[in-house]
Every structure is written in C-alpha cells, then in structure tokens.
Design a protein around this ligand. Structure first.
Ligand code: C2E
Ligand code: MG
Ligand code: MG
Ligand code: MG
Length: 266
C-alpha cells in the first residue's frame, strides 16, 4: 500500500516522462532518501601482498541496499549521485567512515578510498580529507586515494595542485582502472602517483588473450621502473595470482582473497 501511495503522489509529475526517465526519477528520489537516512554503507575489500599473502590495505566500496530493489551497484548510483549533486556529501561520508574504520585495524594496514572527478572540481577535497584524518586520528600515510584518468582530464592546474598537496601530507595516490582509458604515459610522469591499479578486465582475459598478458606485463614493467606499487584487480583464481606474482606484480585484489565486507566493529 505504501508503494502504491508513493506512486500516486508522483503520477502527475511523471506523466510526461518516458519509462526510462520515470525509472531514473524514482531512483533519484530513493537515493536522496538513502543519503539522508543512512541507507548507504561502506564495505572493505582486502588487497594483499602477492609475495607474502599478507593484507596490506582495504579498499572502501560503497554499498546501497535498496529497500525494494535489493543491492544497487555503485556503477549505477555513483554516476547518478554525481549528476544530481550528491557526490560531495557521499564522498565525505565514505572518507569519514573509511578513516575511522582503519583506526580499528593494525597500524601497517592502509585504507583506499575512491574519489570522483567532481570532488576535485568543487575545491573542498583537500579540506574534506584533512578533516576526515583529524576527526578519526588516522595518520595520513595510512590513507590512499584512488582516482581515474577522468580526474586528470579536467582542464586547468587545479587537479594537479590538489594532488600535489595531498601527496605533501603523506597521502598515497593510486591511478585506478589503468589500461581502460587513454592511459597516457605523460600522466604517469607528471603526477606523483604512488600506485597503479591494473583494471580487472585484463585479469579476466589473462588466460585466453595474449594481448591482455602483454598489457599486464608492460604495465608491471612500467610501474616498477617508475618505483610505483602495481596492484592487479579482479584476481579470482590461483592461476591468476601465481601468474601476476611471477610477473612481478606487487599486490593483488579479488574474490580469491575476499569480497568487500562490512567493517569489524568492537
Ligand atoms: P573500482 O574502484 O575499480 O573497484 C573495484 C571493483 O571491482 C569493485 O566493484 C569490486 O567489488 C570489484 N571486484 C573486486 N574483485 C573482483 C573480482 O575478483 N571479480 C570481479 N568480477 N569484481 C571484483 P564495485 O564495488 O561494484 O564498485 C564499482 C565501482 O564503483 C568502483 O570501481 C568505483 O569506480 C565505484 N565506487 C565504489 N565505491 C565508490 C566510492 O566510495 N566513491 C566513488 N567515487 N566511487 C566508488
Ligand atoms: Mg578503486
Ligand atoms: Mg578499479
Ligand atoms: Mg572501476
């Protein structure tokens, strides 16, 4: 009945929209409610050293358990949040949650947080990050921010100044999903990255595509010669883990080691 009522109140507003626009409009209303009412959660996926097998880091990944639809993937709701102006607020929530979760872990374990290109545009990313660190008490060296090339394609000096400032505080900067965008080598030289993450699509195709293996090997070689940590995403089998370790990849992340889980609370 509650569902019917809500539909009813939206009917006149939705009358002129096609089905896809209506669907999006409902998701937008529900996302606003989730943000307001604490409906988003942050889960943590382990990233291990491929030599020792030890957990070195956890990546914070947003989860939205929709009351009717069940789990909505971040690939769906993060772009929507960006579009409707919620990403700054959500980004603050993720940074705050991740830094305080990491305070419960051993000191050598880091936390990685994904940052949207839009968070660079609004000019308050640096203060948001510093605030999350000081509120939680987490050392800056234990925080890594994962950015994609989309950040670097923003016009103007801003992203590079912000990245340099973050690095100056001791925060790590990872280039996420490497190999899927333009993968311009000049980015690697012109920004002070500490880590490259090889996109999971290459790992998925590793065993049957020589081209994927060629990209993986080239990225590992490039990263290592620049003194960067190289992490492979999407490792699901022992064969993939062994291949990547033998090629000299530093770290691995994937269902083989664990899926994203809620933080331990004690
Ligand atoms: P990402 O940053 O590249 O995160 C890695 C994605 O790979 C995650 O998907 C993770 O669950 C998935 N993954 C890890 N290991 C495996 C594996 O072995 N097999 C397969 N098939 N997948 C694996 P998820 O959690 O669905 O997140 C998707 C994307 O959404 C993320 O990609 C990131 O771009 C974005 N995202 C997630 N959380 C946040 C956030 O807090 N802020 C922002 N701005 N974006 C986020
Ligand atoms: Mg990431
Ligand atoms: Mg990635
Ligand atoms: Mg991704």
């Amino acid at each position: 009945a509650a569902k019917g009522e809500r539909r009813g109140t939206c009917r006149s507003f939705e009358a002129g929209m096609d089905a896809a626009a209506q669907e999006k409009n409902r998701l937008e209303i529900d996302l606003r409610a989730a943000v307001r009412e604490g409906g988003l959660a942050v889960h943590y996926q382990p990233i291990v050293d491929l030599q020792s097998g030890q957990v070195e880091c956890y990546e914070a990944l947003l989860r939205w358990n929709h009351p009717e639809r069940g789990a909505v993937p971040p690939d769906v709701f993060v772009p929507l949040a960006e579009e409707i102006g919620l990403i700054d607020q959500i980004g603050r929530f993720v940074l705050g949650s991740a830094c305080s979760a990491a305070m419960q872990w051993p000191d050598h374990v880091k936390v990685a947080v994904n940052v949207s290109p839009l968070q660079f545009r609004n000019g308050n990313l640096l203060s948001t990050v510093i605030n999350a660190l000081s509120t939680s008490g987490l050392a800056a060296e234990r925080l890594e921010l994962e950015i994609t090339e989309a950040v670097l394609m923003e016009k103007g000096p801003r992203p590079s100044a912000i990245i340099r400032n973050l690095r100056a505080f001791g925060i790590g900067i990872s280039l996420d999903d490497f190999g899927t965008g333009y993968s311009s080598l000049s980015y690697l030289l012109n920004y002070p990255f500490t880590k490259i993450k090889i996109d999971k699509s290459f790992i998925l195709n590793l065993h049957h595509e020589a081209n994927s293996r060629a990209v993986i090997r080239a990225v590992i070689g490039l990263g290592r010669s620049l003194g960067l940590i190289v992490t492979a995403e999407g490792i699901e089998s022992d064969m993939e883990r062994e291949y990547l370790r033998d090629e000299g990849c530093t770290q691995g992340q994937g269902y083989l080691f664990g899926k994203a889980m809620p933080a331990m609370t004690n």
